[in-house]
Design a protein around this ligand. Structure first.
Ligand code: MSP
Length: 512
């Protein structure tokens, strides 16, 4: 049986409503998921919420609620945002789900039996916001090396997961698997770290005297599980109960795990070692994206500079936001978010680019052919545009194989631009006045329609609402297999005689 193509996003802390940065990860993952579904593969796309730990406990306290009541009230906001943004996840995991808690406890019991976990007294520096222990050496100017905030000296008895004795294995594994951490600059950072630093075992519990909001450690009334140990396990826990009749190995190992650059250490060091200790195979690729910033600063709940994706989607349309986020930065790099920039792209690429192409194509079919697609034999179509639109699929798929949605969109927009130029060059309004038979006009118009059709099929993975609108107006199916098994774009074509509906503008001008 074909293995399911399994993709995961990080699970989001439920300590506030999601922002553009979170939306980005899930839109990226959704685009990859849609791409693989379009290839005809069975896909499982997992997302969810990380509901334990100090951050959530503190936010609940500030809101005057119990942590459980607090997360229960917030989780629907995440689900609603994913619905609004067209994020087609297959399963949503919550770490407060009893089945997940049981799984975590069973993993811990197993790892203790395998002597991968031990109990010891620990003294060190603790950063509360990051929930991380640091050694004296790791501190930067006496502050947390990650967030640069103050740390506290703490001594307590805890459970530890052995990282140190897997370091050589991990280094070797990453060296031998070029695709394990992408892009390459992130891989190099992890390799540099593993070559030059010594891993310390990971403290995986918190005393209940300090934190109660977590999964109780098996057979201990005194400890809860460290939130990261609990959270990382969501990726292998969900497959146990996500889809009835399926088992873990139908999904795991994941094909791609998306994450932001701030959580590389947990995913590229702790997680592979946890999997190795558990006896599970490694995910194929950890795909690391950059940050969305406002000016020079990361967009973040704690900094209070967040942009609400629901508002942006309501104002400009979901697909304008999806297009902007996917197109503005190369996956892996940081991006600067500004509404002005989004408006610029909206006008130039969406309203004047794709929107205009659709509008003029449909208007001409309406005006010159009463809204009915004329009959033109395939070889009679204009090669100057049919060539690029036929070649589009391979180019887009090539970019998607390299996890480069921006590169893929650039190819699509080249064809859109080419098609708009083609209208100017061929001047259908002049051809329409020619008293001779309309063969040339028919050929120009059908070439345009065939091109928009192919563009729309491809856009199903990036901008599904817009793609659907175009396909529906072209009277084409929007579900099922849009691309033939052969993967050849030459095999799909519009049927002459089809009625075409122009419809409302796809991207109304902003000043309207
Ligand atoms: N709960 C942990 C992840 C556990 S995964 C087993 C966590 N949650 S988070 O809500 O703080 O962040 C979740 C994801 O959102 C991370 O990948 C993070 O990089 C991403 N982003 C948060 N702010 C972001 C930006 N400003 N820009 C892009 N992505 C950002 O970490």
């Amino acid at each position: 049986m074909t293995k399911t193509y399994y993709l995961t996003t990080p699970i989001y802390y439920v300590n506030g409503k999601p922002h553009i940065g979170h939306a980005y990860t899930n839109i990226l993952c959704d685009t990859l998921a849609r791409y693989h579904r379009m290839l005809g593969e069975p896909v499982c796309f997992l997302t969810g919420t990380d509901e334990h730990g100090t951050k959530v406990a503190k936010a609940a306290l500030a809101a005057g609620k119990t942590p459980q009541a607090y997360v229960d009230a917030l989780v629907p906001h995440f689900k609603e945002l994913w619905r609004v943004l067209g994020v087609t996840y297959d399963f949503f995991i919550r770490t407060t789900d009893e089945r997940h808690k049981q799984y975590v406890r069973s993993v811990l019991t197993d790892l203790e039996a395998k002597k991968e976990i031990y109990k010891a007294s620990y003294q060190g520096w603790y950063c509360t916001p990051c929930e991380s222990f640091w050694t004296e050496l790791q501190l930067k100017d006496g502050k947390c090396p990650d967030c640069h905030r103050g740390v506290d000296q703490i001594e307590e008895e805890n459970y530890f997961f052995k990282l140190a004795h897997h370091q050589a294995w991990l280094l070797d594994y990453i060296e031998k698997h070029e695709d394990f951490i992408r892009p390459a600059h992130r891989r190099n950072e992890v390799l540099g770290f593993l070559r030059h630093e010594t891993l310390e075992d990971l403290c995986i519990t918190r005393p209940q005297s300090r934190l109660r909001w977590g999964i109780e450690y098996p057979n201990s009334k005194d400890h809860v599980v460290y939130v990261w140990f609990d959270a990382l396990l969501n990726y292998t826990s969900a497959p146990h109960f996500a889809i009835e009749g399926k088992k873990e190995t139908d999904f795991w190992p994941a094909d791609v795990q998306l994450l932001g650059k701030d959580i590389v250490r947990q995913h590229a060091i702790y997680w592979p070692i946890m999997l190795k200790a558990m006896g599970l195979p490694m995910p194929r690729t950890l795909l690391v994206h950059g940050w969305w910033k406002i000016g020079e600063t990361k967009m973040s709940k704690s900094l209070g500079n967040v942009v609400n994706p629901t508002e942006i989607a309501a104002k400009y349309g979901v697909d304008a936001l999806r297009y902007f986020l996917l197109n503005e930065v190369t996956l892996g790099m940081d991006g600067t978010y500004s509404e002005d920039l989004l408006m610029e792209r909206y006008s130039s690429d969406l309203a004047n680019g794709l929107g205009n192409l659709w509008h003029r194509t449909a208007s001409m079919i309406e005006k010159y052919f009463d809204g009915i697609l004329p009959q033109v034999e395939f070889p009679q179509l204009k090669q100057s545009l049919m060539g690029p639109s036929m070649g589009l699929l391979d180019l887009v798929w090539g970019n998607m194989e390299q996890y480069d949605p921006r590169g893929a969109l650039a190819e699509v927009w080249q064809v859109i631009q080419r098609a708009n130029q083609f209208v100017e060059e061929n001047k259908p309004w002049v051809l329409a006045k020619d008293p001779a038979p309309k063969t040339d006009l028919e050929s120009v118009i059908v070439t345009l329609a065939e091109t928009v059709f192919r563009v729309a099929v491809i856009l199903m993975i990036f901008m599904p609402d817009t793609a659907k609108k175009i396909l529906q107006r072209l009277n084409q199916p929007t579900i099922g297999k849009l691309i033939p098994n052969s993967g050849q774009f030459s095999e799909i074509h519009l049927v002459p005689g089809t009625r075409i509906e122009k419809g409302e503008p796809l991207f109304p001008r902003l000043d309207d």
